[in-house]
Design a protein around this ligand. Structure first.
Ligand code: SAM
Length: 283
C-alpha cells in the first residue's frame, strides 16, 4: 500500500493523473502521518459502522477509515481525483467514492440504501470554505448519525465548541449545542498539510444527542430568535431580536423581563434555556 501522507507519493500520483491542487475547493491534503490514524480512532469505528467521508482528496484518511469501518462512503466533488482514488484505494473493497457535491447529495436516501442496519458516523477533513454549512446541513437534516469527527479551521473549532453563554459563542454554537455535545480533540498546525493553508486547524467531535437539551415547541422560530439575537453582536439582545424578528421593542422588552433577564443583556450571555424561554414568549 502506498504511503499517502508522503509528499513525494502525493505529488507523483497527482502528477501521473495530471491533477493540480484546486485552492477554490479547499484542497489542502494531510501529510502528517499521525493525524489520520488518530482521527479514524476518534471516530469510533468497527465492522458494523458505515463511515461517511466528505472530500477524500488522494484518500489518506479514507484508507484509515477503511481499515477500521465496515463500509466507507466518500463524497468527492472534484472528478479529476477519481482515477487517483481508484489507484490509491485499490486494496480496499469496502470503499465507495461518490462523485457528488455533498451539499446537493440526497444523504438520507443514500444512507438508507447503503448503510442499512449499520451505525453511521461522519469523519472528514472538511473543505474550509463550507465548514459551517456542511456541519449545519448534517445536523439539521436529522440524519441517523452517532457522531461527526471533523478537522476544521481552529477559529471555527473554537466557535463550534464554545459554551453557550460565553464570549466565543455565536448562533452556530447554539445550533450545534442543540443537536450535539461538542469536544475539541487535538490541534493540527498548518504545516501538517500540502500546500500549508494560512490557518491552523483542530479536530473536533460532535456526539449527536438523543434529545435536545431544552424543550422547544417551534424549532424554526427558536433558531430564528437565536439568529436575530446574534445578528448585531454589539447591540443588546432586546434591540437585535426586535430588529431581526421585526417585533416591537416593547414586546421584546417584556419577554426579556418575564424571562428574568437584565434589560441590557447581550446575546452572548444568553443560555440555551434563556433562548428557549424567549422564543416561547415571543412566538
Ligand atoms: N481528506 C483529504 C486529506 O485529508 O488530505 C482531503 C481534504 S481537503 C481539505 C477537502 C476535500 O474536499 C478536497 O478533496 C475537495 O476536492 C473536496 N471537496 C470540496 N468541496 C466539496 C463538496 N462540496 N463536496 C464534496 N467534496 C468536496
Amino acid at each position: 500500500m502506498k504511503n499517502l501522507s508522503d509528499i513525494n507519493v502525493i505529488k507523483s500520483v497527482m502528477g501521473k493523473h495530471g491533477v493540480t491542487f484546486n485552492k477554490g475547493l479547499g484542497q489542502n491534503f494531510l501529510v502528517d502521518p499521525q493525524v489520520c490514524p488518530a482521527m479514524a480512532e476518534a471516530a469510533g469505528l468497527d465492522e458494523n459502522t458505515c463511515a461517511i467521508e466528505i472530500g477524500p482528496g488522494v484518500g489518506v484518511l479514507t484508507a484509515e477509515l477503511a481499515k477500521r469501518a465496515g463500509k466507507v462512503l466518500s463524497f468527492e466533488l472534484d472528478r479529476r481525483l477519481l482515477p487517483v482514488l481508484k489507484e490509491t484505494l485499490e486494496d480496499f473493497s469496502n470503499v465507495e467514492i461518490i462523485n457528488e457535491d455533498v451539499m446537493k447529495a440526497n444523504l438520507p436516501q443514500i444512507i438508507e440504501e447503503k448503510c442499512k442496519g449499520m451505525d453511521v458516523v461522519v469523519c472528514a477533513n472538511l473543505p474550509y470554505y463550507i465548514t459551517s454549512p456542511i456541519i449545519m446541513m448534517l445536523l439539521e437534516s436529522r440524519l441517523p448519525l452517532k457522531a461527526i469527527t471533523v478537522m476544521v479551521q481552529k477559529e471555527a473549532a473554537d466557535r463550534l465548541c464554545a459554551q453557550v453563554g460565553s464570549r466565543d459563542g455565536g448562533a452556530v454554537t447554539v445550533a450545534v449545542n442543540y443537536y450535539a455535545e461538542s469536544e475539541e480533540l487535538f490541534f493540527v498546525p498548518s504545516d501538517s498539510f500540502l500546500p500549508p493553508p494560512k490557518v491552523n486547524s483542530e479536530v473536533i467531535r460532535l456526539t449527536i444527542r438523543k434529545e435536545p437539551p431544552v424543550k422547544v415547541e417551534n424549532e424554526e422560530f427558536f433558531f430564528k430568535t437565536v439568529k436575530a439575537a446574534f445578528s448585531q453582536r454589539r447591540k443588546t439582545a432586546e434591540n437585535s431580536i426586535s430588529a431581526g424578528l421585526g417585533i416591537g421593542k416593547d414586546k421584546v422588552a417584556e419577554a426579556i423581563s418575564k424571562a428574568g433577564l437584565e434589560k441590557t443583556i447581550r446575546a452572548e450571555k444568553l443560555t440555551m434555556e434563556d433562548f428557549a424561554r424567549l422564543a416561547e414568549l415571543l412566538g
